[in-house]
Design a protein around this ligand. Structure first.
Ligand code: ADP
Length: 601
């Protein structure tokens, strides 16, 4: 009904006008119809009454054919101006009398029509039979004017038009008023919406008007704008962050030392960072579309497809190595980290120059090999030397003993003392040689894992040190030690050396008390040997584990300086942790670990 571009004000006005006009029109139609039919009805009834009266009055005139009397009777109809013409017909249907007297003959019907009334345009015609004693004497004809009705209708129409004009003015006036009340807030809303969309200023709010539907609409509108403003703020900040991130990403691409690139599933370069120039001597654009297989060492070509296959099949991230042939023909070792991204159908890669690492690895391996070889040689030498030295040493000490026995009487005290020193030296040397032999034998024997009851091992050590324990009045306390799955010999040797030292390095006039305890951790046991001896200055913690390194001379405490070196070598060989906690004069704690579910110890 209303065009899309018509203003609300016009729409309101038109609505009021159309509404009022249609109501008025309907009322008029109803009124007109009622007026028309009631007028017609009353006219008909009046005409019929007049007709009957005139017919009765005319009976005598017609019976006696009194023309003058009949004309006079008709003349009485003058009092009814709406009767235009009237006539009396005799029984032969000849015009007998007429009204008005001077009316032309064609004003009357030539023939008498059927009885009753009939509408004809602006008239009603009536043929009323004049009857006496059931005998029709003639017929009365009356033509009744209905124009009055239509004139009255004209007046009504004029009044209706006038009212419509008045209503239009009223509607206009009302629309102006309503516009302030209804259209005003809507226009305000529209204006605010326009300002927001034009200026992108989401801080603007529509003025709230009361709490009716428009007020609620304004409130909802303002709430909506507030939400948009909030979202806008977060979108702006997200955009800002996005811009920042993409700039940072670009920086990473530009400044990364490693090559960052994407490959399609066939291994063709799709995107590549600036480091391609420094690492591979290629400008990034030169590599776009090139296949990786054409750029690596020919021995590494075959490895590429399987790796790509692995990555595409969900290997989240994988490290693979190959040799990349630079544009200048040089070869660089690369380590690749790569990941498949299903959405983009691309492999995202980082390629790092591993040439230095590879060289270092090569050198390290070479060095390790050399070291292993020289260690082997050294151990072999130590073993042979200590083994072969035993024989001449045995000779030296037995001849010295013979010398002392046979020439006892010829030797003075000084000579005897020298011989004693020499024998003592030979004994110590024998001890050192035996320790050295033990040291070089570590890990050489074929060994197997077994269940080892540590209580039993400690008991054996105690038996072995029985004399020392008794001489010193020492105590060795070990309770509830676990049974572990391990290789027996290293564990036994370790405990023997540590308990032996704990007994040896006693404080003056203090009887040694040695405790062996076990603490259970998730994956290993911690076995500690705790003593109340002289303790160790922490600065020497590293030194004491080296071979022949002693903190005391032989007159204070005898020894070869190999016991802890043996423990350390066992620890290295069997993947055992070994450490010391101590302070001078406060005793020492030596701890080593035994792995549970052990496969190596
Ligand atoms: P040795 O006992 O034959 O001298 P070790 O290798 O067993 O050789 O010990 C090296 C040095 O560590 C010892 O000379 C000693 O000074 C020190 N040491 C070892 N165990 C203890 C201990 N329980 N208390 C104090 N000092 C110790």
């Amino acid at each position: 009904m209303f065009g899309k571009n018509v203003s609300i004000k016009r729409k309101l006005m038109t609505a009021i006008l159309v509404n009022s006009a249609s109501v008025l029109l309907l009322a008029c139609i109803a009124f007109f119809s009622y007026e028309y039919y009631s007028f017609r009805k009353s006219s008909l009834s009046r005409l019929s009454t007049i007709g009957k009266i005139v017919a009765i009055n005319s009976t005598a005139s017609l019976a006696f054919k009194d023309h003058k009397d009949a004309t006079e009777i008709l003349l009485a109809l003058k009092s009814e101006p709406r009767i235009l013409v009237a006539a009396l017909y005799d029984k032969e249907n000849h015009l007998f009398a007429q009204y008005p007297i001077n009316a032309p003959a064609d004003a009357f019907p030539k023939k008498v029509g059927s009885n009753g009334s009939q509408y004809q345009n602006n008239f009603i015609t009536l043929f009323q039979p004049i009857v006496q004693y059931n005998k029709q004497l003639g017929t009365l004809y009356i033509k009744y004017d209905m124009k009055t009705l239509y004139e009255r209708f004209k007046v009504y129409t004029a009044v209706v038009i006038l009212i419509i004009i008045l209503i239009s003015c009223w509607a206009y006036f009302l629309s102006l008023k309503l516009q302030q009340r209804i259209a005003g807030p809507i226009l305000e809303l529209a204006e605010t919406a326009r300002a927001i969309s034009d200026d992108k200023d989401y801080s603007v709010r529509a003025v709230e008007v009361g709490s009716d539907e428009l007020g609620r609409l304004t409130e909802s509108f303002n709430y909506m704008i507030m939400q948009i403003e909030k979202q806008n703020i977060s979108i702006v900040s997200i955009n800002h962050q996005l811009e920042q991130s993409s700039a940072e990403l670009q920086d990473i691409m530009d400044y990364s030392v490693d090559v960052i690139c994407t490959l399609d599933r066939k291994g063709n370069f799709v995107k590549i960072s600036a480091a391609a120039k420094t690492l591979w001597d290629y400008e990034p654009f030169e590599l776009i579309g090139c296949n990786l297989k054409n750029l690596v060492h020919q021995d590494d070509i075959a490895g590429i497809d399987p790796v790509i296959e692995l990555i595409i099949n969900g290997e989240q991230s994988t490290n693979f190595e190959n040799r990349f042939i630079r544009k200048d023909g040089k070869e660089v070792s690369m380590i690749w980290s790569a990941r498949w991204k299903e959405k983009e159908k691309l492999i995202y890669c980082i390629a790092r120059d591993a040439t230095a690492i590879k060289n270092a690895e090569y050198k390290l391996q070479k060095r390790a090999k050399e070291l292993a070889y020289s260690n082997e040689e050294l151990e072999q030498f130590a073993y042979i030397a200590s083994h072969d030295l035993q024989e001449p040493l045995r000779m030296v000490s037995s001849f010295l003993t013979q010398l002392e026995k046979k020439y006892k009487d010829q030797l003075d005290d000084k000579a005897k003392q020298y011989i004693n020193f020499a024998v003592d030296g030979a004994v110590r040397m024998r001890r050192i040689i035996l320790d050295l032999l033990e040291y070089s034998r570590i890990g050489k024997k074929k060994e197997h894992l077994e269940l080892v009851d540590l209580n039993e091992v400690v008991n054996q050590v105690v038996q072995f040190c029985k004399t020392t324990i008794e001489e010193k009045g020492a105590q060795v306390i070990a309770e509830n030690l676990p049974t572990v799955r391990a290789i027996r010999m290293p564990v036994q040797q370790m405990l023997q050396n540590l308990i032996g030292n704990a007994l040896k390095y006693q404080k003056e006039n203090v009887k040694p008390i040695v405790k062996i305890i076990a603490e259970e951790e998730e994956t290993y046991w911690k076995i500690s040997v705790i003593d109340n001896g002289i303790g160790i200055d922490p600065q020497f913690f590293d030194k004491i584990f080296l071979a022949f390194q002693r903190l005391h001379n032989n007159t204070e405490y005898s020894g070869s300086g190999i016991g802890l070196a043996i423990c350390k070598k066992i620890a290295e060989k069997y993947d055992i942790q070994l450490w010391v906690e101590s302070e001078l004069d406060k005793g020492s704690i030596f701890t080593f670990t035994i792995t549970k579910n052990n496969d190596k110890q």
